[in-house]
Design a binder for this molecule. Structure first.
Ligand code: GDP
Ligand code: IMO
Ligand code: MG
Length: 424
């Protein structure tokens, strides 16, 4: 593991947190490069169970530097709460470094996220309502407020006032919102500035030095490929680029430094929020996946939609990420099934397609073509070596890896660090 990117291969919640926590033990640096506290990464190790939203999942490994890169957007209140929670549970955040170039999620971004979702009605995206879209929109519009602005109250005020001018009018006149007190809410961020100051650093330089010293760097993607704003199921996506290529942009290190991209993929599929999902199951099998996989959102508690594994989407994820290794998680969730279906193609407008349809309408109407594989009907939670898995489970993994044309790197058979089969 020289410089490796961990990326979600599906619609998020693939178990990236578990994998990063596990590999983080051997990493010198762990880096978040996009997204914000819309992410919910669950880790379970000897120090307890944690739900992380902004702090990189390497934080539990003593000595590992945890970087929040410039591509992340930060709600300072959420970050402060997360740091305080970790510290109160004995996890030191002394090695946390935050990019001064990362943008802030402001109180008005959260309000905009809520009112625009409500206004969309049945056409809503189903966002986490954390202000993600509006904050990235302001970044692109060059009216964003950055972490470094917290360190200069005069500039902070000027920028907030400039940004608020038109926003207050829109919120009031278009969305009928009471905006009294909104600017004071923004000012409250400055009270947190001093406690965040020790964490703010030139993270691009820290990473550059780490690369030159041959240190092991692990990038932790948030969300997943199919939620990518460019490559996902637009407009039902998040507002950042989870794909591996963005690790470079979102951290300030050139792409030549990256050696490996590992895609994390559940042994089935889930999705939270709205948008197309060809293999979604609305039957007993779907309910079994949800119950056995505890498929409820880490961030919002919403029920996750569940379905069979979609190999068309996985092959697409292999392509757009340049995946060099595949991690299959939650294989144990399939323990009880007699038969397991896998989508190997879509039926689109009467034709069979094995590649992701490039036009959204075709994808929205795509129906899955399944192959059926036998289940193993055994508890595999205790298995630690590939050869100790039942033959049907090994066949299932081989089928996925062959069709996706990417070698297996790890298999996860339970939420805890040690519940893992290491292959590479
Ligand atoms: P992330 O957002 O990709 O980090 O994933 P989440 O943490 O949101 O969701 C994954 C959930 O599955 C968490 O509750 C994990 O503890 C759990 N989990 C991860 N790997 C496994 C596994 O192999 N088996 C089972 N049963 N649970 C797992
Ligand atoms: P992790 O990192 C699953 C989904 C939301 C919604 C869409 C847009 O835990 O895998 P946003 O708030 O980002 O504007 O919402 O993206 N979404 C996620 N789904 N896992 C996540 O993160 C997600 N982050 C956002 O449900 O459909
Ligand atoms: Mg999650």
């Amino acid at each position: 593991m020289p410089v490796t990117v961990i990326v979600g291969a599906q619609w998020g919640d693939e178990g990236k947190g578990k994998v990063v926590d596990l590999l983080g033990e051997q990493a010198d640096v762990v880096v978040r490069y996009q997204g914000g506290n819309n992410a919910g990464h669950t880790i379970e190790n000897e120090r307890g169970k944690f739900a992380l939203h902004l702090v990189p999942s390497g934080i539990c490994s003593p000595g590992t530097v945890a970087v929040i890169g410039n591509g992340v957007i930060i709600d300072p209140t959420a970050l402060r709460e997360e740091i305080d929670d970790l510290e109160s549970r004995g996890i030191s955040t002394a090695n946390l470094k935050i990019s001064g170039n990362a943008h802030l999620i402001m109180p008005y971004h959260i309000l905009f996220d809520k009112v625009t979702e409500t206004a969309l009605g049945s056409k809503k995206i189903g966002t986490t309502r954390r202000g993600i879209g509006p904050a990235y929109a302001d970044k692109a519009s060059r009216v964003g407020i950055r972490v470094q602005d917290l360190l200069d109250p005069k500039i902070f005020h000027q920028k907030v006032q400039a940004a608020m001018k038109s926003k207050a009018d829109i919120l009031r006149l278009v969305y009928d919102q009471n905006v009294a007190g909104l600017e004071e809410e923004c000012d409250r961020y400055l009270q947190m500035a001093e406690t965040l100051r020790p964490y703010i650093a030139d993270t691009s330089l820290i990473l550059w030095q780490a690369v030159r010293e041959g240190k092991r760097i692990l990038y932790e993607g948030a969300q997943g490929t199919m939620l990518d704003i460019d490559h996902g199921t637009y407009p039902f996506v998040t507002s950042s680029n989870p794909v591996g290529g963005f690790a470079s942009v979102g951290s300030g290190i050139g792409p030549t430094a990256i050696d490996e991209v590992w895609g994390i993929c559940k042994a089935y599929t889930t999705r939270v929020g709205e948008g197309p999902f060809p293999t979604e199951l609305l039957d007993d099998d779907g309910r079994t996946l949800r119950d056995r996989g505890h498929e409820y959102g880490t961030t919002t508690g919403r029920e996750r939609r569940c379905g069979w594994l979609d190999l068309v989407a996985l092959r697409y994820a292999v392509r757009v990420n340049g995946m060099t290794g595949l991690v299959i998680t939650k294989l144990d969730v399939l323990n009880t099934f007699d038969e397991i279906k896998v989508c190997t193609a879509y039926r689109c407008n009467g034709e069979i397609c094995t590649e992701m349809p490039p036009h959204q309408s075709t994808f929205h109407h795509a129906t899955p073509v399944y192959e059926t594989l036998p289940g193993w009907k055994t508890d595999i939670g205790g298995v630690r070596r590939l050869e100790d898995l039942p033959a049907q489970a090994r066949d299932y993994l081989e089928f996925i890896s062959d069709k996706a044309e990417v070698p297996l790197a790890l298999v996860s058979v339970g939420p805890r660090r040690e519940e893992t089969i290491r292959i590479r």
